[in-house]
Design a protein around this ligand. Structure first.
Ligand SMILES: O=C(O)c1cccc(C(=O)CC[C@H]2O[C@@H](n3cnc4c(=O)[nH]cnc43)[C@H](O)[C@@H]2O)c1
Length: 224
C-alpha cells in the first residue's frame, strides 16, 4: 500500500522493463508485472491482475503502462521520458481508398483514453517527462513514410509503443485511472534495431520511477 492507501499496478511488456521499474520501487502496494508484448496480451494480463486484486478485496486505484518506446523526432529524442496526456490506438480501424478510418468513425468503441490531467502534470514535473500523446501500435513503425503518416494524423504524438491502449482498456473496464510513462529507446522511423539504446532507456526508466514514488504516494483517485 502506498502512504495514501492507493494500490498501484505497473504493467510493462517484458521482464527487463519490469526489473528496471521494480529496482526503483520500495513502496509496498506497488506491484510491477511483465504483461507481455502487444495490446491484446497487455490487456488480458492487466485485466487478470485487476480482477484478482478486486476479488481479494484489495483493488488497485491506479494502473501505469510503462517501458521503452520509439520517439518522434524532434520532440522526443532517445533517452528522454514521455508521459501520456492521451493514450491512442493508432492502427485500430480500417484502410480506405481515402485513407485510414479509426474504429470510432466506423461506429465502434473508442481509440483514446485520457489519464488524469493533474497526475500527468505532477509526473511531468517530478520526472522531467514531456507530456503528449503516446500512440499504441500493433506493428512497430519501420519507415519514414509511416512515421510521417502517424505524425500527420496525430500532431501531438511524442512516441509509439505497443501496450498502452490495451492496458488502458483493461483499466477502463475496472473504472481505474490509467497513466503511461515511457523512456525513449529509438527514433520512430526506418528500422535499425541495432541502434536501439535499450540500456540507456531502461536506466532512464529506473531514475524516473525513483522520482515518482512521492507523486504516487500523495495521489488520490479523486485528484483528477
Ligand atoms: O532485448 C532487450 O534486452 C530488451 C529489453 C527491454 C525491452 C525490449 C523490447 O524489445 C521491448 C519491446 C517493447 O518496446 C516498445 N517499443 C520500443 N520501441 C518501439 C517502437 O519504435 N515502436 C513500437 N514499440 C516500441 C514496445 O512497447 C514493445 O513492447 C528488449
Amino acid at each position: 500500500m502506498t502512504t495514501s492507501g492507493v494500490r498501484v499496478l505497473v504493467a510493462t511488456a517484458v521482464p527487463a522493463e519490469r526489473d528496471a521499474v521494480a529496482r526503483a520501487i520500495e513502496a509496498p502496494g506497488v506491484d510491477v508485472i511483465a504483461a507481455g508484448v502487444g495490446p491484446a496480451l497487455a490487456a488480458a494480463s492487466t485485466a487478470k491482475a485487476l480482477t484478482t486484486a478486486a476479488l481479494e478485496g484489495a483493488p488497485y486505484g491506479l494502473v501505469v503502462s510503462s517501458g521503452i518506446a520509439g520517439g518522434f523526432a524532434p520532440p522526443a529524442p532517445v533517452g528522454s521520458l514521455v508521459v501520456a496526456d492521451e493514450i491512442t490506438a493508432a492502427d485500430l480501424g480500417a484502410e480506405t481508398p481515402d485513407g485510414f478510418l479509426p474504429v470510432t468513425e466506423l461506429g465502434f468503441g473508442t481509440v483514446t483514453h485520457r489519464p488524469p490531467e493533474a497526475l500527468v502534470r505532477e509526473v511531468a514535473t517530478a520526472t522531467g517527462a514531456r507530456p503528449g500523446a503516446i500512440l499504441t501500435v500493433s506493428t512497430v513503425t519501420g519507415t519514414a513514410v509511416r512515421a510521417a503518416q502517424l505524425r500527420e494524423r496525430h500532431p501531438t504524438a511524442l512516441a509509439e509503443a505497443m501496450e498502452g491502449f490495451g492496458v488502458a482498456e483493461a483499466a477502463a473496464a475496472h473504472g481505474t485511472p490509467v497513466l503511461e510513462l515511457r523512456a525513449i529507446s529509438n527514433p520512430v522511423g526506418p528500422r535499425d534495431r541495432a541502434a536501439w539504446r535499450i540500456a540507456d532507456a531502461l536506466a532512464a526508466l529506473t531514475e524516473a520511477f525513483g522520482k515518482l514514488a512521492p507523486v504516487l504516494e500523495g495521489w488520490h483517485p479523486h485528484d483528477r
